[in-house]
Design a protein around this ligand. Structure first.
Ligand code: ADP
Length: 301
């Protein structure tokens, strides 16, 4: 029996990719796609040639997160062309192929596997420093296929995104065991939405009225009092405080499973806004999530 023609084709395509990074999660809704999108923006911002491949077939959110809604894929004699955000950031997603973004994609395993294979075989990425792959959550049949197909690629490893809650962490353990079983190195674990960072100037203090009906905004009053009574306290607090929703669950789990812990990203309205608007969170003034993500990416490279 000769070599598998699909693997030969994938191997040819992937020969122009220096590093494949998989972004995984045990559950949906933990911020996996957000992380994959911002990682791609960050790498592109470092003048790397970046591809972002969205194979989260049941919930393709990457087009929106990159500001590419309504775009379509074009074919050329070299293959399917990604949609470009910038010259050095190309994106491919099942989302580009669906006529109605509100329509549910209900596909059985073999059809999903077929499409994942086709993405890996047929997309013309040209030369890439990094191909970031936004994988479906959990450990399904598709993951086994992805692991098989990517055996012929330069897989740097997987980043596993979780929230701090125990229920999410249990699933991450499964994800890490899966990676170990199929021989994908775990680059590290990211704890997302792990706390809340509140710059004091953004705080609003309210005093309840006697009948509890209407709250009065006393922010100015409180700030003035603080300024006179404890100016030092105010300047310390002004640096923003991080409140961790739970106590370092992901870090402890990473230690137990002997994989690197890459860091925490706080809950941050500016990150969800950037994701909604399809923008990089590194563009404007430094945000709590942007700083955290930068630290994580630095640790990664
Ligand atoms: P997943 O890919 O794991 O299903 P998403 O990346 O789609 O999750 O994120 C789910 C939602 O949570 C999105 O609306 C996203 O904007 C928001 N989100 C993710 N991370 C954060 C964060 N650190 N702070 C605030 N909102 C976040």
């Amino acid at each position: 029996k000769g070599p598998d023609p699909d693997l030969v084709a994938i191997s040819q395509r992937m020969s122009s990719v220096k590093h494949v990074i998989l972004v995984l999660s045990g559950k949906g809704g933990v911020g996996k796609s957000t992380f994959a999108a911002q990682l791609s923006f960050a790498l592109a911002g470092m003048d790397k040639q970046v591809g972002l491949l969205d194979i989260d077939i049941c919930g393709p959110s990457i087009p929106k997160m990159l500001g590419l809604e309504g775009q379509e894929i074009h074919q050329s004699n070299l293959g399917w062309s990604p949609v470009y955000v910038e010259d050095n950031l190309g994106v491919m997603s099942i989302g580009f192929m669906l006529p109605d973004p509100d329509e549910a994609v209900i596909w059985r395993g073999p059809r999903k596997n077929g499409l994942i294979k086709q993405f890996l075989k047929d997309v013309y990425w040209a030369d890439l420093d990094f191909l970031v792959v936004d994988a479906p959550p959990g450990t399904s049949d598709e993951h086994i296929s992805i692991a098989q197909y990517l055996k012929v690629a330069n897989v740097a490893g997987a980043i596993v995104v979780t929230t701090p809650q125990e229920v999410s962490i249990i699933d991450v353990r499964k994800e890490i065991s899966f990676c170990k079983k199929v021989g994908i190195p775990v680059l590290g674990v990211v704890e997302n939405m792990s706390g809340l960072q509140l710059p004091v100037r953004d705080l609003v203090f309210r005093k309840s009225s006697d009948d509890g009906q209407e709250d009065e905004d006393v922010t100015r009053e409180v700030m003035l009092k603080l300024e006179t009574l404890a100016p030092e306290l105010l300047s310390t607090l002004a640096c923003a405080q991080v409140f961790y929703v739970s106590g370092g669950g992901a870090q402890e789990m990473a230690r137990q499973m002997r994989v690197p812990f890459l860091g925490r990203v706080p809950l941050d309205p500016r990150l969800s806004r950037a994701a909604e608007q399809g923008k990089s969170c590194f563009e404007d003034s430094p945000s709590p999530s942007g700083l955290a993500l930068k630290g994580i990416i630095k640790r990664l490279l």
